[in-house]
Structure formats: C-alpha cells, structure tokens
Write a protein that binds this ligand. Sequence first.
Ligand code: SAM
Length: 231
Amino acid sequence: METLLRQGLEALGLPTEGAGRLVRYGELLLEKNKVMNLTAITEPKDVAALHFLDSAALLTLADFKGKRVADVGTGAGFPGLPLKIVEPSIQLTLLDSLNKRIDFLKEVCADLDLEGVECVHGRAEEFAAGHRESFDIVTSRAVANLQMLSELCLPLVKEGGWFLAMKAVDSGAELDSAKNAIATLGGRVEQWRDYAIPGTEVRHRLIFIKKIAPTPKKYPRMFAKIKKNPL
Ligand code: SAM
C-alpha cells in the first residue's frame, strides 16, 4: 500500500511524508472493519485509492493550509483525516452521528499521534447550535443529497468560507435541485472541478459553494423536517 500511496501522492503533486501514517491508518481501518461496519472497501489497494487518494486530491483543488475545517458525516474519517495527515496545518473537526465511528477515529488519532483533531459525536444539524459560522471550510462525502446536505453544512461555514461537496461527475441534476436551498442558506455555487484518482479510471467532482451571507437563524431545522420538506 505504501508504494501505491507514495506514487499517488506524487502524481497529485502532494508531499509524501504522510504516506507512512496513511498506511498505519489503513491497517487500523481494515482491522477494526472485521468487527464493526466502517467501510465496504476491503482491498488495501482500493482503500489507498478510493479513500486516501480520493480524499487527499482535495488538497490540489482548494487551499486548506492553516484552515479550520469540519468534515460532516465523516464515517471512518473521509475525507477529513487524510487531508489532515497530508496537510498537518489543518485544524480539524470530524463529526459523525454514530458514536462507534467517532470512538474508532479517536483511537486512530491517538495511534498516529495527531494534534489539532477534534472527534465529535453528534448530528450536524444539532452541532450547528454551538458552532454556527465557525469553520473556514466544511467538507462532506457520501452523506446526503446536496439539497439536504446544504442545510447540514452551510450553517457551519463562516462568511467568505467554503462548503466543498464531494460528488459524482454526473451530479448536475442533483446540483440543480439544490440551488434554491444553497441560496436560501447564504451560499453561492462558484464552480465545480472534476478530478481523477491516480492509478484508477475513477473521476469525481468537487462542488465549491461559497458562503456569501449569514444563514438565517431558523436553519438548520431538525432532520425530520429537512427530509420531509427540503428547501
Ligand atoms: N464520509 C464518509 C465516507 O465518504 O466514507 C462516510 C460516509 S457514510 C455513507 C455517511 C456517514 O454520515 C455515516 O457515518 C453517518 O453516521 C453520518 N451521518 C449521516 N447523517 C448525519 C448527520 N445529520 N450528522 C452527522 N453525521 C451524519
């Protein structure tokens, strides 16, 4: 896995110093995955590409240096933890509603001796009560459709900051359906960038949503309401 990761990081033009830590993270992930549902991807080479390099690729698309970043619905730590491992200056909050996954992430951070990572058990729509408009960047992958996800993520972003949504390259219709929600929540779609995961045929899309105005206080609503009546 280490060679693949080094080659992939090099292909992305990223530093390779984090490769050793990523390998260890991969070992911990696959070990824990035997007793707990963390990932459907179980081949080390696929973990390297589809989890680690897919996550790290964001560093080639946006400036994360020294930024306060929250990863919403991080699961087993994607994309947040590989971002932090490759770009250590990030101040990271990993947020997930499943406590077992947060416990796993705490173990990984202790094992890798990572500083500046906060692992929080909670729902994004509740976490927003104490953390509105407090992150430079909020990331999210594979959590909800963009219309609902925007209500979970945009309230957390500072004015002038970014919500970066990791999506499929064919997410055009999903983006169209989310435009009203994004505007209502104080966001504006600035661009999207498609990228390839090195060593694979896989292409993904990063959607850049800029926070241009404060989110009205009545958002986010409780999840049942978001789901029943999306913006
Ligand atoms: N982002 C990771 C990835 O790409 O591998 C995990 C994706 S997993 C399919 C979705 C995760 O989002 C789950 O771990 C789930 O517990 C979490 N989640 C769903 N809704 C959430 C919410 N409202 N607040 C926080 N976490 C949430």
